[in-house]
Unconditional design. Structure first.
Length: 75
């Protein structure tokens, strides 16, 4: 498989561009988990922070972000 490098790809690399799946956020944090829906009127947070114990959005981020451990990775 051959990957093309375009001028846009070069600009993104120079800027340190990260797409939504690459940025640190609750969705890709080891402390974040998808919350079960309770059906309550105030059930507005689809994710939960297990470290803080509160509801969050998937795109939220804090200074305690921790990338999940990769399965099969060796130290």
């Amino acid at each position: 498989m051959v990957f093309r490098t375009t001028p846009i790809d070069n600009k993104k690399a120079a800027m340190g561009y990260l797409n939504a799946n690459q940025r640190p956020c609750c969705r890709n944090c080891s402390h974040g988990e998808q919350a079960p829906r309770s059906g309550a009127y105030n059930d507005v947070y689809p994710w939960r922070c297990t470290l803080g114990g509160f509801g969050v959005t998937a795109q939220a981020v804090c200074k305690e972000h921790k990338a999940p451990e990769r399965k099969g990775a060796t130290a």
